[in-house]
Design a binder for this molecule. Structure first.
Ligand code: F6P
Length: 543
C-alpha cells in the first residue's frame, strides 16, 4: 500500500478550508434548504437502507471526502487487501478474513498458493462436527449426548463468537453455549459450577495457544473435568481451534480434534473461521454459512461499488470528518434490538485494537488524530442511561443507530414502541428544542414569566447532533454478517486514510510482559523495582 500522509494531500487542504466555512452549519437549515436531502444522502442496498443525511455535511463535504479517499489511493489499497498482499507489514502477513467467506470456486493466493480449498476443508469439518454434536450422534464419555458447550478464549477468540451467538439467540437450538474469557477465576468457576462434565463439550480457542488467560482457564477446566472423568475422556470432550498445533498437542488435545486456522486471519476478524465453531454449534451450520454469505455480499458491495454508493466507505469518511475536523473523540453505536447488545463490545476490540495507533506507515509519529473511541448499548435502555449527555452535554458524539423493520417475535405493539423511539431519537438529536418552543410549552403549563425565564436554559436542546441511521429488514444470520463486515471494512478504510497499520496490536504486549514479571513477585511475595505507586500497591496487596 502507498504511504501517503493524509494531511499533505490536496483534498485534506481543501477539506480544512471547507471546514472553516461549514463548521457552524446547522442541520436544520440544511434540511430546510433542500427537500431532497434525505434521498440525496442515503444508500439503499439489498435489505439495508443507510440514511446519512443527518450529518453536518454538504454535497461539497462529501465530494471532498471522496477526493480524500482517491488521494490516499483507496482503490489500490482495496485491491491489495482482497488480493492477499502482506498489508499487515509489521507482522508480514496478508489480511484475508474475506477469503473465509469467499465462494469455493475463487482463487485467493497467499505465497502463490490458493487458500480457498483449505478454507473449504475446514468448513466441511465445522459442518460435520456441528451436525454430529447437535444431532447427538457424537456423545460424551458416558454415552450421553452433549447439552452444553463452553468456549474458552479471549479477545478475538471470544468477543466475535459471543457477540454473534448472543445476536442470533432467536435461531438457537437446544445446546446451551457458555463463554469463559477472563483470567479471573470467578468467571470460570461460576461458569462450570452447574455444568455436568458428562454432557459438556469444551472448545479451547486460541490462535497462538500461548494466551495466559485461555491456557489458565483451559487448564482449570481440564483439571475439574478429570476429577470425575477418566483420563482418556479428554479426547471426547476437548477440541481446539488454533494455528499452533505443537502447543495444542502439549496441552493434551489430539490432533484430530484440532480445527486449524491461519496466520493471515487476524484474531479480531476470525469469527468467520473455526473460531466461530461455537456459533455453528449454537445455530447450526446452515445459519453459520448464511452469516458468511451475508459478509461476502458486503465484501462484494465494498469491493465493487462506486465510493459514493459504498456503505463502508461513506461511514469511514464521515467518521474521519468528525474525528479529524470536528475533533470528536468518540462514536456511539446504538442498536435498537436487545439481541445486538454485545455489538459495541465486539466493535471496541475490532475498531480500537485496529486503529488505536499513533505511528504512521513510515514509523513516524502522526500529527493528526487516528482511532476513535467506540461505545454504546442497545436502545431504548441507553436512552435512560447516557442519552442525556449526547443531547445536552458539551461533547460531540456522532452515533450510528441500527434498527430493523421487523421484529423476530413479531409483537407489533412492542416493535412499534421500540421503533418510535428509534426514529424519535435521531429526529430529536437533529432538531433539538428552541427557547421559543420551551417557552410555549411552559406557558401552556401555566408557569409564571419568572419561572419560565429560570427554566428555559435547562430545557433547551441545541440539536444539530449527527447520526447515521441504518434500517435493515430483519435480524437474520445473513444481515448480521453484512453488519459485521460493514464495520470491518469501515476500519480498513480509516486505517488506509490515516496511513497506519490496522492489523497488528503491539500495544497489548507491554502490559502482558509486566504482568508476568509481577506475577512472579506476587507468587514469591517479594516486591522488586517499580515506581513508588506500584510498589506501595503491591505491599498493601500482600498485607
Ligand atoms: O488482545 C491481544 C490479542 O492478541 C488479540 O488480538 C487476540 O484476539 C487475543 O489476544 C487472543 O489471542 P489468541 O487467540 O492467540 O489467544
Amino acid at each position: 500500500m502507498k504511504n501517503i500522509n493524509p494531511t499533505q494531500t490536496t483534498a485534506w487542504k481543501k477539506l480544512e478550508k471547507h471546514f472553516s466555512q461549514v463548521e457552524q452549519v446547522k442541520l436544520k437549515e440544511l434540511f430546510e434548504k433542500d427537500s431532497e436531502r434525505a434521498s440525496e444522502f442515503s444508500i439503499a442496498w439489498e435489505d439495508f437502507y443507510l440514511d446519512y443525511s443527518k450529518n453536518r455535511i454538504t454535497a461539497e463535504t462529501r465530494d471532498l471526502l471522496l477526493e480524500l479517499a482517491e488521494d490516499c489511493d483507496l482503490t489500490a489499497a482495496i485491491n491489495s487487501y482482497f488480493g492477499g498482499d502482506a498489508i499487515n507489514r509489521t507482522e508480514n502477513r496478508a489480511v484475508l478474513h474475506t477469503a473465509l467467506r469467499a465462494p469455493a470456486d475463487v482463487n485467493i493466493e497467499v505465497d502463490n498458493q490458493n487458500v480457498v480449498p483449505e478454507v473449504q476443508e475446514v468448513k466441511r469439518k465445522i459442518s460435520n462436527f456441528s451436525e454430529k454434536i447437535i444431532s447427538g450422534e457424537k456423545k460424551g464419555y458416558t454415552g450421553k449426548a452433549f447439552t452444553d458447550i463452553v468456549n474458552i478464549g479471549i479477545g478475538g477468540s471470544d468477543l466475535g463468537p459471543v457477540m454473534v451467538t448472543e445476536s442470533l439467540k432467536y435461531y438457537h437450538n437446544h445446546l446451551k453455549v457458555h463463554y469463559v474469557s477472563n483470567v479471573d477465576g470467578d468467571h470460570v468457576y461460576e461458569t462450570i459450577k452447574n455444568l455436568n462434565p458428562e454432557t459438556t463439550l469444551f472448545l479451547v480457542v486460541s490462535k497462538t495457544f500461548t494466551t495466559q488467560e485461555t491456557l489458565s482457564n483451559a487448564t482449570t477446566i481440564r483439571n475439574w473435568f478429570r476429577k470425575t472423568a477418566p483420563k482418556d475422556a479428554v479426547s471426547k470432550h476437548f477440541v481446539a481451534v488454533s494455528t499452533n498445533l505443537k502447543k495444542v498437542e502439549e496441552f493434551g488435545i489430539a490432533i484430530e480434534n484440532v480445527f486449524p486456522m491461519w496466520d493471515w486471519v487476524g484474531g479480531r476478524f476470525s469469527l468467520w473461521s473455526a473460531v466461530g465453531l461455537s456459533i455453528s454449534l449454537a445455530v447450526g451450520y446452515n445459519n453459520f454459512e448464511a452469516l458468511l454469505k451475508g459478509a461476502h455480499k458486503m465484501d462484494e458491495h465494498f469491493r465493487t461499488s462506486d465510493f459514493k454508493e459504498n456503505i463502508p466507505v461513506q461511514l469511514a469518511l464521515l467518521s474521519i470528518w468528525y474525528n479529524n475536523f470536528y475533533r470528536a473523540e468518540s462514536e456511539a453505536v446504538i442498536p435498537y434490538t436487545q439481541y445486538l447488545n454485545r455489538l459495541p463490545a465486539y466493535l471496541q476490540q475490532a475498531i480500537m485494537e485496529s486503529n488505536g495507533k499513533s505511528v504512521d506507515r513510515n514509523g513516524k509519529k502522526v500529527d493528526y488524530q487516528t482511532g476513535t473511541l467506540i461505545w454504546g448499548e442497545p436502545g431504548t435502555n441507553s436512552q435512560h442511561a447516557f442519552f442525556q449527555l449526547i443531547h445536552q452535554g458539551t461533547k460531540l458524539i456522532p452515533a450510528d443507530f441500527i434498527g430493523f423493520k421487523e421484529s423476530l417475535h413479531q409483537d407489533n405493539d412492542h416493535h412499534n414502541k421500540l421503533m418510535a423511539n428509534f426514529f424519535a431519537q435521531t429526529e430529536a438529536l437533529l432538531q433539538g428544542k428552541s427557547k421559543e418552543e420551551v417557552k410555549k410549552e411552559l406557558e401552556a403549563q401555566g408557569l409564571s414569566t419568572d419561572e419560565i425565564e429560570q427554566l428555559v436554559p435547562f430545557k433547551e436542546f441545541e440539536g444539530n447532533k449527527p447520526t447515521n441511521t441504518l434500517l435493515i429488514d430483519k435480524l437474520t444470520p445473513e444481515s448480521l454478517g453484512k453488519i459485521i463486515a460493514m464495520y470491518e471494512h469501515k476500519i480498513f478504510v480509516q486505517g488506509v486514510i490515516w496511513n497506519i497499520y490496522s492489523y497488528d496490536q503491539w500495544g497489548v504486549e507491554l502490559g502482558k510482559q509486566l504482568a508476568s514479571k509481577i506475577l512472579a513477585e506476587i507468587e514469591d511475595k517479594s516486591v522488586k523495582n517499580h515506581d513508588s505507586s506500584t510498589k506501595k500497591l503491591l505491599e498493601v496487596f500482600f498485607k
